[in-house]
Design a protein around this ligand. Structure first.
Ligand code: GLU
Ligand code: MG
Length: 446
């Protein structure tokens, strides 16, 4: 089960942490949380306030639950508009000294009500709940989110001239990439790979798998760190699904493996490619819910400009071993413990806690119903008459989300309604925009 601490214990831990941070020359701590539009919002406190903040939280308006990507604010049924307040409580288990922002530390925040109870709209809590539901079944999930980004010059043009995956790009940005690597590593992140990607200016970093909530925290920390290192080099960063219209975009591929008693369930089993029955049911549950899950994992209007065939974005609702056009790509890995499934259709506009919580809930439902895993797709699905495309617009994904009793129940009414309101409002916001205008409007927002 995931750990949460009572108030007095939080205060005691913060007192110790503040003394250690002071000794390390830290002046303040940034508390980050991600809204339903997928943007990280923050508050910060000086060290002297850390203990009080950990004990009681710091104020944050509930209307952040209905913020949109352009900072306009919509409303949800049952919402309180400009009235009321919530408390942001830093998770000191994840307190991190920011290597590329000297003098600052960071902690992800959980959101509580003024009365000290968990806020039902807290996305991080939702991911914890889903993790705990699997734990009650004796199952553990290990997850990792790949981070792809486009690095641009101050004028906004892609900052590489070299070819895709090319050494030229590495030479062009040798010092920058070294600093990215050093900063991530200094923050305790286990980097697995760093490489140039396909699109102009694009790079990717992957990190080792961990628990779902931790993996979501890590994805955010990786992104903040890359942005901070970039700023120190006079560079700009975009995690938007599409940077250049028509080109391959930025994904946020989610890797998942399911474990029971320390045994990875994606290898050594009697099923296809060694899948254990529980892993098959889990993946079948994901596939069954995938159109609705896109409202959590590919939640922006721009997501659907990326999620098209022949862009390695996984725009077909199918699975296949090492199939880069399938939404669910099975990876055997070089050792049994590394076998995992990669959900390719998600991107970095997702609130990672919502995406992970939704995926775990869908997987668990697949297990409960003993969903059979459909036949494997072993070729490019674009070549098959029978292949099923995933939703091709946010509006379509929202339709599926509205019909999903599973996600409605898993999220709970308050969070579900807020997410739905934000999705509908963003679809409306960009309804009259051309694709080029959508790309332009959100390029620097994520
Ligand atoms: N950039 C591609 C995407 O939008 C993925 C490329 C790859 O890593 O396969 O998801
Ligand atoms: Mg990639």
């Amino acid at each position: 089960m995931t750990t949460t601490y009572p108030r007095a214990e939080r205060a005691a831990r913060a007192r110790l942490a503040a003394a250690e941070l002071a000794a390390d020359g830290i002046d303040g701590v940034v508390f980050g949380w991600v809204d339903n539009a997928g943007l990280t919002r923050v508050k910060s406190v000086p060290l002297a306030q850390l203990e009080h903040a950990a004990e009681y939280g710091v104020g944050a308006a509930p209307c952040f639950d209905v913020f949109l990507v352009d900072d306009s604010i919509t409303s949800a049924p049952g919402g309180t508009g400009p009235v009321g307040d919530l408390r942001l409580v830093p998770d000191l288990d994840r307190l991190t000294r920011l290597a590329a922002q000297p003098g600052w530390a960071w902690a992800p925040a959980d959101r509580y009500t003024q009365a000290g109870t968990p806020h039902p709209g807290c996305q991080r809590r939702f991911a914890r709940r889903a993790t705990d539901a699997l734990a009650r079944r004796g199952l553990t999930v290990r997850a990792g989110i790949e981070v792809e980004w486009v690095v641009a010059r101050a004028d906004g043009t892609p900052a590489t001239t070299g070819p895709a995956y090319g050494m030229t790009r590495f030479v062009e940005h040798s010092d920058y990439l070294r600093e990215v690597l050093r900063a991530l590593t200094a923050q305790g992140l286990a980097v697995l790979q760093l490489h140039p990607e396909y699109a102009a200016g694009q790079f990717e970093v992957s990190v080792a798998p961990e628990g779902p909530v931790e993996a979501a925290d890590t994805a955010l920390l990786v992104r903040h760190t890359i942005r901070a290192v970039s700023a120190r080099h006079g560079l700009r960063v975009s995690y938007a699904p599409v940077f250049t219209e028509g080109s391959v975009g930025n994904g946020g591929h989610l890797h998942l493996s399911l474990w029971r008693d320390g045994l990875g369930l994606a290898a050594g089993g009697p099923g296809r490619h060694g899948l254990h029955p529980e892993a098959e049911h889990f993946l079948a549950g994901l596939l069954a819910e995938l159109p609705a899950l896109l409202a959590l994992g590919a939640p922006s209007v721009a997501s659907y400009l990326r999620l098209v065939p022949s862009h390695w974005a996984g725009s077909y609702r199918c699975w296949g071993l090492e199939n880069r056009e399938a939404a669910l790509r099975l990876i055997t890995g070089s050792a049994a413990g590394q076998a995992n499934a990669e959900l390719k259709c998600f991107d970095a506009t997702a609130n990672p806690y919502l995406a992970l919580g939704g995926v775990l809930a869908a997987g668990l439902a697949g297990l409960d119903a003993a969903h059979p895993l459909p036949p494997e797709t072993t070729t490019d699905p674009a070549d098959l008459d029978t292949a099923e495309r995933l939703p091709s617009s946010l509006a379509e994904a929202v339709d599926a989300f509205e019909k999903s009793t599973l996600l409605r129940e898993a999220l709970g009414p308050e969070l579900y309604e807020a997410v739905l309101a934000v999705r509908r409002a963003e679809a409306e916001l960009f309804a009259m925009h051309t694709d080029a205008e959508v790309v332009e409007a959100v390029r620097w927002r994520y």
